[in-house]
Write a protein that binds this ligand. Structure first.
Ligand code: PFF
Length: 447
């Protein structure tokens, strides 16, 4: 076994770094805008507390007890049918599939950092023009910045858990937290701040459609990095005698606070300058740059800081999305870390280029099926199908398959009276919730 150990703080930063990602700062505000604010946010928050927390502990536990790659961990921990359970470990592959689009979006962010140093678009239509141009005509630019994202991610992975992932997170995470906190303080001084608060926290239940509900639940899992083996592989490197409950709480609280802060900052800025909150995926790339322009020079400074924070968030999640398969190749295929990281990096890099072409004007028709581009499919399948399915498998595995005593030996002491509640949640509530949400997200049922 070639698993290295995190320091305690290193683990917390790395796991929080995985959770805090594009999901928090890019996706959360725009889906909140699309699904109408308060009620959506409330469903998301409730899911985090009621189900996300239990599944986070379950995923950590598999990694912590297994102390190796995901496939090996399932194999070792299953008391029977080991050869079948090991396939559950391949959920780690879906993280690399996420990277097909995730790395491309990190590339867009790099591009927007460069834009922020110059003159930002003065109006929303102008900003829309820049964004659409990048999507449909800017293949070369996108490939250039996607290459940069690939190179950074792979370089960190080559350096491994201690020298790469831990160090990277120890620098980037505190910087990101400081930038977002600083921007929140700045936004709090603005007139529109109370409006943003009420938009995010006053539920209008009529806006909570069945789809909105399922998306909110799905997002809660995505943003916590559950169901893709990332938290699991990091937990395999936890120091002995770690407190998984405390670590889960830390990760969840950090992730939630950053998402809420990012949402508040964005909506305050948007309301202050009369921009629309429901702009879809282009929200931070279209509405926000125009708002930054309206702020003058301060806007440029804020734009650079904001996109840097977004890039940091994306990169620290990116490494965690690929690490499960890197560790798999090291453990199972006996590859060196360098080779494994380059192999997985090249894999997502090439498909990332396909994702870029699937958005471009000339080639999108060849790379679009059923109304979804290759880019959209990699998001759709990973978030709506693989993730809830893997979450379900993990909950069932920890709740029903691993020996009770083994689970209790790690968790009972740290949980106390909460232990039976957690166990009930992992055994019954989480699997049922994930199953229903998966069917809903795939369009089989509506409620
Ligand atoms: N949690 C990350 C985000 O919010 O962007 C995305 C992510 C990372 C999902 C790692 C899953 C994962 F395993």
């Amino acid at each position: 076994m070639k698993i290295a150990h995190f320091s305690r703080w290193g683990f917390l930063m790395a796991a929080a770094g995985s959770a805090v990602g594009l999901g928090n700062i890019w996706k959360f505000p725009y889906i909140t805008g699309e699904y109408g604010g308060g009620a959506f946010v409330l469903v998301y928050l409730l899911t985090v507390v009621l189900v996300g927390f239990s599944v986070m502990i379950a995923e950590m536990l598999i990694g912590y007890l297994g102390r190796r790659d995901g496939v090996g961990a399932f194999e070792d921990l299953a008391p029977r049918h080991k050869e079948r359970w090991k396939y559950a470990g391949f959920m780690g592959l879906s993280g690399t599939l996420v990277m097909f689009y995730y790395s491309v979006v990190i590339g867009w962010i790099f591009y927007y950092i460069t834009l922020s140093f110059g003159t930002l678009p003065a109006t929303i239509p102008e900003a829309e023009g820049i964004y659409n141009n990048l999507m449909t005509q800017g293949v070369g630019t996108q490939i250039f910045f996607h290459t940069l994202a690939f190179m950074i991610t792979t370089a960190v992975l080559i350096r491994g858990i201690k020298g790469g992932i831990e160090k990277f997170n120890l620098v980037l995470m505190p910087s990101l937290i400081m930038i977002i906190a600083g921007m929140l303080v700045y936004a709090m001084g603005m007139e529109s701040f109370p409006k943003a608060v009420s938009y995010m926290f006053n539920p209008d239940w009529s806006k909570l459609t069945s789809e909105a509900f399922a998306v909110a639940v799905g997002h809660a899992f995505f943003t916590l990095s559950l169901g893709m083996g990332a938290i699991m592989i990091y937990s395999a490197s936890l120091p002995k005698d770690s407190n998984l409950v405390r670590a889960s709480i830390f990760v969840i609280v950090t992730d939630t606070l950053i998402a809420l802060a990012a949402g508040l900052v964005l909506f305050t800025f948007l309301f202050q300058y009369g921009a629309e909150p429901a702009k879809g995926p282009g929200l931070v790339f279209i509405s926000l740059p125009a708002v930054f322009h309206a702020m003058g020079l301060v806007g440029n400074v804020l734009a650079v800081l904001f996109f840097m924070a977004l890039a940091f968030a994306g990169l620290t999640s990116a490494v965690s999305l690929v690490e499960p398969m890197v560790q798999y190749l090291i453990d199972r295929w006996d590859m060196s870390r360098t080779k494994a990281a380059i192999a997985m990096g090249t894999f997502f890099y090439l498909f990332g280029i396909v994702a870029i072409f699937s958005l471009s004007a000339e080639t999108s028709a060849y790379l679009t099926w059923g109304g979804k581009s290759f880019f959209d499919w990699s998001d759709y399948l990973t978030s709506n199908v693989f993730l809830p399915f893997a979450g379900l498998v993990m909950a069932v595995f920890v709740g029903h398959i691993i020996e009770k005593e083994r689970v209790a030996s790690v968790l009972q002491k740290d949980m106390g009276w909460f232990y039976p509640i957690w166990r009930f949640s992992v055994r019954f509530i989480a699997p049922v919730a994930l199953f229903v949400v998966m069917l809903n997200l795939m369009g089989f049922i509506e409620f």
